[in-house]
Design a protein around this ligand. Structure first.
Ligand SMILES: Nc1nc2c(ncn2[C@@H]2O[C@H](COP(=O)(O)OP(=O)(O)O)[C@@H](O)[C@H]2O)c(=O)[nH]1
Ligand SMILES: Nc1ncnc2c1ncn2[C@@H]1O[C@H](COP(=O)(O)OP(=O)(O)O)[C@@H](O)[C@H]1O
Length: 177
């Protein structure tokens, strides 16, 4: 059985965080670190490790990237810890996915969550996102990176259960290898 590292990518608001938190058997979440402000309801150490810029830059990362003028990175110790029990998953930008593939090779399984533009706007409104236009700026670029992933899963507004089941099926296939 392969101890996969599932890397999840997709546009802002496509549903990655909420969907993945409900997927069974995908393993522990590799919690990443960021310099962005905490949103209402987010918890340090669960959603992200929230760090200021100086603290962030002093840490040891497998990879890091910048988005929306903030840093996001996966710390070496966090990856070692969460992958030590078998499968794990992490939500990354496309660049982070490419870097993970360089580091961990065939253990990495890339899943792109695809959500239509109209649905993303509804989802971002749901999240009470105050900068919807800003979050949509990378949508077309993100879509062009979709071909690099092993799997593409649609997440339609109002049908999260289908998305969850589809990802659980992928996990089952990958775990069987
Ligand atoms: N490369 C990389 N990307 C990350 C990391 N942590 C989060 N991201 C990505 O950063 C982007 C922005 O995340 P966030 O601020 O939570 O905004 P959201 O996507 O709008 O919910 C998302 O595309 C995440 O996939 C990381 O450690 N490394
Ligand atoms: N299929 C869906 N139908 C309706 N709302 C959804 C669906 N998937 C996610 N959401 C909601 O959309 C919002 C954005 O999802 P989120 O997980 O924060 O996206 P991301 O992590 O990709 O930025 C959240 O309020 C979430 O509960």
């Amino acid at each position: 059985m392969k101890d996969s590292i599932f890397v999840i990518s997709g546009s802002s608001g496509s549903g990655k965080t909420s969907v993945l938190s409900m997927v069974n058997n995908i393993g522990d979440r590799i919690v990443t670190s960021t310099t962005r402000d905490k949103r209402d309801g987010e918890v340090d150490g669960i959603d992200y490790y929230f760090l200021d810029k100086d603290e962030f830059l002093s840490r040891d990362f497998v990879e890091y990237d910048t988005k929306y003028n903030n840093y996001y990175g996966t710390e070496v110790d966090e990856v070692s810890l969460k992958t030590s029990n078998g499968c794990a998953y992490v939500i990354l930008t496309h660049q982070g996915y490419i870097d993970f593939k360089k580091c961990y090779g065939s253990r990495v399984v890339g899943i792109f969550i695809h959500t239509k533009k109209d649905d993303i706007v509804k989802m971002l409104k749901n999240r009470k996102e105050d900068n919807i236009d800003g979050r949509m700026l990378n949508y077309d670029y993100d879509l062009r990176t979709m071909v690099d992933y092993d799997y593409v899963v649609a997440n339609s507004f109002g049908d999260m259960q289908t998305t969850i089941k589809e990802i659980e099926r992928i996990v089952e296939i990958e775990r069987a290898q």
